[in-house]
Design a binder for this molecule. Structure first.
Ligand SMILES: Nc1ncnc2c1ncn2[C@@H]1O[C@H](COP(=O)(O)OP(=O)(O)OP(=O)(O)O)[C@@H](O)[C@H]1O
Ligand code: SF4
Ligand SMILES: [Mg+2]
Length: 311
């Protein structure tokens, strides 16, 4: 499979007055292949949105490399117009962020189609009505305004707009968290199927691990700006290795009603501006030993960053 997006040793910082900078992304490497859906998960504040924004050229990293199809995205030209970035589309938690309330849905969908045509992508014959049909909305929706739709429908419109631009990579930052429970899985499945059937890659950020399990091929677990475990969803789900992944998965509600925040994950996420030395997870880890206090584990070839698995 072609490697569509490659992220290597990426660092993104935020500056705070009178305090050390926050390393929201602290050395992340990640791959997304064409036709593959990768789920990015982790507690609030671990850096998922920052990573997604950097991948879309909306935030400038201080170190590391991002390439699309082998073409580097140059930090100095981190703008939407960077040719390497024109095939990337993002869908946000709140569809209002990507839709203009004062313009008809059809006009906004036409913008995306035009963007694809400008890149020389074969968008022949694609119309706003086709896009609406693909996301399960009637063609008549093109004549209406975003406010006339429910949140779930608006998110479908935002997805249609992104698809019209024929992205090579679709990035969803919590695209289902603001929706009714009944719409969440449907919208997530729709994103997956539309991205994958058009040969694009999908980077899907969600708090909902049960949805990630259903729609993603691979999963990357983030903690304090680092990827601590990554692998095929079935493997990580069947045999989570990093103590943090184990704790996260143990917290996923099961059909029998079990699964609440587990005892082995005490305390809150530390301040990413002042992360613990050694393994950043050690203050919360029930399996921490000497080495964990001294040395930060690296993500080894097996896909886990934890001294328990170090050679
Ligand atoms: N504009 C900003 N200025 C300063 N700090 C920021 C800014 N945006 C995010 N941060 C900090 O960077 C860290 C990572 O934030 P980010 O939004 O990427 O996390 P997240 O994983 O997307 O969280 P959530 O699940 O709540 O969306 C957090 O500690 C956050 O407080
Ligand atoms: S390296 Fe140590 S502290 Fe970190 S997760 Fe592994 S066992 Fe726990
Ligand atoms: Mg976020």
């Amino acid at each position: 499979m072609t490697c569509l997006l490659s992220v290597d040793d990426l660092v993104v910082q935020y500056h705070r007055p009178g305090a050390p900078p926050v390393r929201a992304v602290a050395g992340v490497s990640l791959r997304v292949r064409a036709g593959e859906a990768v789920g990015l998960v982790g507690e609030s504040g671990c850096g998922k949105s920052t990573l997604a924004r950097a991948v879309c050229g909306l935030t400038r990293p201080v170190a590391g490399r991002i390439t699309y199809d082998g073409t580097p995205v140059r930090p100095l030209r981190m703008r939407r117009r960077d040719p390497a970035l024109t095939g990337v589309q993002m869908v946000f938690q709140d569809p209002s962020g990507s839709l203009n309330p004062r313009r008809r849905v059809g006009t906004q969908l036409a913008d995306g189609i035009r963007a694809a045509a400008e890149r020389g992508e074969a968008a022949q014959g694609t119309t706003p009505e086709d896009l609406l049909r693909r996301v399960g909305l009637p063609a008549g929706a093109a004549e209406r305004y975003p406010r006339e739709f429910s949140d779930g429908q608006r998110q479908r419109i935002a997805i249609a707009r992104a698809l019209g631009a024929r992205p090579r990579l679709l990035v969803g930052d919590e695209p289902i968290s603001a929706l009714d429970a009944s719409a969440q899985l449907e919208v997530a499945m729709l994103m997956r199927s539309l991205a994958i059937e058009s040969g694009a890659g999908l980077l899907f950020i969600s708090h909902d691990l049960s949805v990630v399990r259903l729609i993603c091929d691979r999963i990357a677990v983030m903690y304090l700006g680092r990827i601590v475990e990554t692998g095929p969803v079935a493997e990580v789900w069947g045999d989570p290795r990093h103590p943090y992944t184990r704790a996260l998965l143990a917290a996923v509600p099961r059909p029998d009603g079990s699964g609440t925040l587990p005892a082995e994950l005490p305390g809150d996420v530390p301040d990413p501006g002042d992360p613990p030395g050694g393994c950043p997870f050690h203050p919360r880890c029930s399996r921490a030993f000497d080495r964990c206090h001294r040395e930060e584990p690296r993500l080894i070839a097996g896909g886990v960053a934890c001294h328990l698995y170090a050679p």
